[in-house]
Design a protein around this ligand. Structure first.
Ligand SMILES: [Fe+2]
Ligand SMILES: [Fe+2]
Length: 249
């Protein structure tokens, strides 16, 4: 894992920063899977690694510790958001602390600048897309759910306002558009993300957006305002032919 000072090194030859992005690692306590080789590989291929949540499978502290050990093989800066699975065991603070201790720039409604790129991260939430998006009507439980969706969009907006860099990568767990969840059963589309995130993104100048969560979704799409969106869940087929996407901005 890189020291923060390495984050200040200059962008590569063409002036662009090469970002490796992958989500939904779902690290398990009893799994034999190690991500060490993969992290070593992305360190050779990219300038920065971005992880789009569901880093652990059941949100257990031990799972975060195993991931942190594997991240020692990563020699480039790591930016991440958490996903819904990371909340499952009610240990999210412990998981966040473990990852931050490992040097991860864990974003939850904040922005950070590395190599002249602003990284803006928020988990996002469910709620559906376009005119079919769930509205705040009826039972208090529905209103609470919609309020959480609106709240995540507002936290994204506040984080966007912190960015001073000319290039910005938005890092989410939930999808901001329906195109990149296509491939999943339509019945679960509303649980895969929310257009409220895209509405916020389109109020700013954004270079690209990455998300995960929709394991069977589609790789590429764009917001109504034209921001490129990539579903980088590790199960998604990508142009790299590898579990991670490579995005130059
Ligand atoms: Fe996932
Ligand atoms: Fe998820």
């Amino acid at each position: 894992m890189a020291e923060p000072s390495k984050a200040d090194r200059k962008a590569n030859g063409n002036g662009k920063v090469k970002i490796a992005a992958v989500g939904d690692l779902h690290v398990q306590e009893d799994s034999q899977t190690s991500y060490r080789d993969l992290f070593g590989e992305v360190s050779r291929e990219a300038d920065i690694l971005v992880l789009t949540g569901d880093l652990t499978n059941l949100g257990k502290p031990k799972e975060a510790e195993l991931l942190s050990e594997d991240l020692r093989a990563c020699s480039i800066p790591v930016v991440a958001v958490l996903g819904n699975h990371d909340y499952e065991s009610g240990c999210v603070d412990q998981i966040a602390a473990t990852l931050r201790q490992a040097g991860v720039y864990l974003l939850d409604g904040q922005a950070t600048e590395l190599m002249d790129v602003g990284f803006v991260g928020v988990k996002g939430f469910i709620g559906g897309f376009g005119p079919r998006m769930l509205g705040s009507f009826g039972e208090p439980a529905i209103k609470t759910m919609v309020a959480e969706s609106v709240n995540e969009a507002m936290r994204l907006e506040n984080a966007m306002r912190q960015v001073r860099a000319k290039r910005t990568l938005v890092v989410l767990h939930y999808a901001p558009i329906v195109e990149t969840v296509a491939g999943e059963p339509p019945e679960i589309f509303p649980f895969l993300g929310s257009s409220r995130l895209a509405e916020t993104i389109d109020r700013f100048k954004v270079s690209a957006v990455v998300h995960g969560h929709a394991h069977r979704g589609s790789y590429e799409g764009q917001t109504p305002g034209g921001a490129k969106v990539y579903n980088v869940a590790m199960h998604i087929t990508k142009p790299t032919g590898r579990p991670y996407a490579l995005i130059e901005i």
